[in-house]
Design a protein around this ligand. Structure first.
Ligand code: GTP
Ligand code: MG
Length: 138
């Protein structure tokens, strides 16, 4: 079975939406096999989002991700990476399909409530960034 790294971002933890977002994942058949609430430093957020270093919104993104606690989690299921991205919806909530997390909860293209890995290689790196093997209980 496939696993993916999910982050419930500061805009969503601030508004107490962790449970509603987790219900969307579970209703879609994704199992939450690891989860913890942490406070990222700006440097840690920058390391996690290093692929976006050259993008104009990089500094704003790192500030935002360090502005309040996040919930990092590992989701497991058949085709978990694609399934999670379907449930998340498009990056910009204005483009997100009805019923998706971003359509219902995201505030803007930057403060868009959730992160999800985009490929098996990035999922493996991102899961290892936050979790040890002992913390993953399928
Ligand atoms: P993630 O799952 O968070 O990686 O989202 P994504 O794959 O849908 O989007 P992408 O990887 O292109 O961008 C990563 C994150 O950067 C987005 O989720 C947004 O939080 C932020 N971001 C992307 N585009 C913009 C933008 O134009 N402005 C701002 N402020 N933030 C952006
Ligand atoms: Mg991405």
């Amino acid at each position: 079975v496939e696993r993916t790294l999910s982050i419930i971002k500061p805009d969503a933890t601030n508004r107490n939406l962790t449970g509603k977002i987790n219900a969307k994942f579970e209703d879609a058949g994704l199992r939450i096999v690891a989860q913890k609430r942490i406070q990222l430093t700006k440097a840690q957020a920058g390391e996690f989002y290093a692929v976006h270093k050259e993008r104009p919104f990089y500094d704003e993104l790192c500030e935002f991700m360090a502005s309040a606690p996040v919930v990092v989690q590992v989701l497991e299921g058949e085709g978990a990476i694609a399934k999670n991205r379907d449930v998340m919806g498009a990056t910009n909530p204005a483009d997100a399909a009805a019923g998706t997390i971003r359509a219902e909860f995201a505030e803007s293209v930057g403060e868009n409530s959730v992160h999800g890995s985009d490929a098996p290689e990035t999922a493996a790196v991102e899961i290892a960034y936050f979790f040890s093997g002992l913390e993953l209980v399928g």
